[in-house]
Design a protein around this ligand. Structure first.
Ligand SMILES: O=C(O)CCC(=O)C(=O)O
Ligand SMILES: [Mn+2]
Length: 178
């Protein structure tokens, strides 16, 4: 947690806007060579923080180790999107499709408050609700790589891990081709 908070202090959390101009309710930043950003021009990966214009902080070694252990991928993650959900924040149903090669999984680590996570098949069909608690790892891989998913809400106050309260979700990705 300490390592993650130190990296966040080097790349401040900010609230991006959707291409349509609506503010996200989550605050975001990134670690690693590339970071996922959203603004009026669209969604993309880029090598620098949109506000400070500085390169994203290095990927913490502990996250590289989790990727090595649980992703099953032969290449390192090159991006880690950090989402901070304070009370009331949510994330709409979406697919992660801004990466170059969907044969690489997306691996997420949840810290702090429990999330009511929603997941379902890639196109249409029933979604289901799953709780993601602090320390849980969720890997979207294979047939589930393009699953629709989102966060309906967080159970505010269910953990005291995150300073100031809330939930941190770290998603490790391989954005570029290997
Ligand atoms: O917070 C989560 O568990 C999911 C985050 C997510 O889907 C994303 O950042 O693309
Ligand atoms: Mn996602």
């Amino acid at each position: 947690m300490r390592t993650v908070m130190d990296a966040i202090s080097a790349a401040p959390l900010y609230r991006p806007v959707t291409p349509g101009g609506k503010a996200f309710s989550v605050e975001m930043t990134n670690f690693g060579p590339l970071g996922w950003v959203s603004d009026r021009s669209g969604y993309r990966y880029q090598a620098f923080h949109p506000l400070t214009r500085q390169p994203w902080p290095p990927m913490p070694a502990v996250l590289e180790e989790l990727w090595d252990r649980y992703s099953g991928a032969g290449s390192p993650a090159d991006a880690c999107l950090v989402n901070l959900y304070r009370a009331g924040a949510r994330m709409g149903l979406h697919q992660d499709r801004d990466e170059a090669d969907f044969s690489f999984p997306v691996l997420s680590v949840s810290l702090g408050d429990t999330a009511i996570f929603r997941i379902g098949p890639p196109e249409t069909g029933r979604t289901q609700s799953v709780r993601l608690a602090s320390g849980d790892i969720c890997v979207l891989a294979g047939a589930a790589r393009l699953a629709r998913h989102g966060v309906d809400r967080i159970l505010s106050g269910s953990s005291r891990l995150v300073p100031g309260g809330g939930r941190l979700n770290l998603t490790l990705r391989r954005a570029r081709l290997a």
